[in-house]
Write a protein that binds this ligand. Structure first.
Ligand code: PMV
Length: 339
């Protein structure tokens, strides 16, 4: 049985940084994100036919940590499905892998969607989001796509769902597409263990999630933007407070933050954010994205993005399974089912 799914990365407007429970991947706070419509990951899962799980990532057979993470994730799916069959996973990732541009978000959202279908699970959108969470925290939010909130909570309550928000766009400024020096798992652990700012991060971010939901519901783009930039800088300050320190932003990243402040002073709605890497993503409006992209050309590779879809199955040899109560992402889209 083979199923193929597509998922897109998301960029947090209010960041997830730190787990309350590592084994269940429960976050210490809620977070809010915008899904992108660029950098899709397409993943096919074929159940059976091999004695071990296999992973082919962008055409190369993987035998390292990536395969271990995929196997651990498939073990969860097998447990839910009551199956012991191994699977082969083939994934095409168009995000610069490991560069702090959320390749794990699109990767595990696509894997969760394809694997659930290939193992015959009938999961609601909520349960698919909970499943993706176990692969990578930020993947939780790539199941719904759009603008989404990921709730902190227990295993049942920690999932992402779409929220109403004004039309928004992003401009991704890729300064360095190489893998980051320290992965987010290890960096989160070190931040929690050693950064004296971590408790304040948890308190303030919990408050910011509430403020962001209010701003999104009100369609207040300027407020969404200022909360986004502030929360990103607070996250980086908290991470820099770890010992030994971790610093993801470099001089060129900071130059983009400065350039974005200048664009704002000149009247363009633009607000900067950055994940666990040097690349900067600029939140703006659909009307202004081209002007923002033009202004930032020269700082790095510049790519515009609108708000993207949730994870979905491509036409496959299995029926789309979904909970009628929930707007499940596991829908076979008519235009793609012909492929
Ligand atoms: O879930 P991970 O391991 O990809 O961690 C994501 C961490 C950030 O991208 C920095 C923040 C976020 O909320 O996406």
């Amino acid at each position: 049985m083979t199923a193929t799914a597509v998922a897109h990365p998301n960029i947090a407007l209010v960041k997830y940084w730190g787990k309350a429970d590592a084994s269940l991947a429960l976050p210490a706070t809620g977070s809010v994100s915008m899904g992108l419509d660029v950098f899709p990951t397409t993943t096919s899962v074929t159940v059976g036919g091999s004695a071990e799980d296999t992973l082919t990532l962008n055409g190369s057979v993987s035998t390292d940590g990536a395969l271990v993470r995929v196997t651990q994730f498939l073990d969860l799916v097998r447990e839910l499905a009551g199956s012991s069959a191994r699977a082969s996973v083939v994934t095409e990732n168009t995000v610069p892998t490991g560069a702090g541009l959320a390749s794990s978000a699109s990767g595990f959202a696509a894997l969760a969607t394809a694997a659930a279908a290939a193992y015959g699970l009938d999961l609601s959108a909520r349960d698919l989001s909970r499943l993706a969470r176990r692969g990578s925290g930020s993947a939780t939010r790539s199941i719904p796509g759009g603008v989404a909130v990921w709730h902190a909570g227990d295993d049942e309550g920690s999932y992402a769902e779409p929220i109403p928000a004004p039309p928004m766009a992003m401009v991704v400024v890729t300064i360095d597409a190489g893998p980051k020096a320290i992965g987010s798992r290890e960096a989160m652990r070190r931040t929690i263990a050693t950064s004296p700012f971590y408790p304040a991060w948890v308190t303030s971010t919990t408050e910011t999630v509430g403020d962001m939901l209010t701003a999104c519901a009100a369609g207040d783009f300027a407020r969404i933007g200022e909360l986004t930039e502030s929360n990103a800088l607070r996250m980086h300050a908290t991470i820099e407070g770890a010992f030994p320190p971790i610093r993801y932003l470099n001089a060129r990243s900071v130059a983009v933050f400065d350039a974005v402040a200048e664009l704002r002073a000149a009247g363009l709605p633009a607000y900067a954010t950055a994940d666990a890497g040097p690349n900067v993503v600029v939140l703006t409006t659909p009307e202004d994205r081209a002007a923002v992209a033009t202004a930032l050309t020269g700082f790095g590779d510049v790519i515009e993005s609108g708000t993207g879809p949730g994870a979905y199955l491509l036409g496959s040899e299995v029926p789309a399974t979904q909970d009628p109560e929930a707007p499940a992402p596991g829908v076979v889209r008519p235009e793609e089912s012909a492929e």
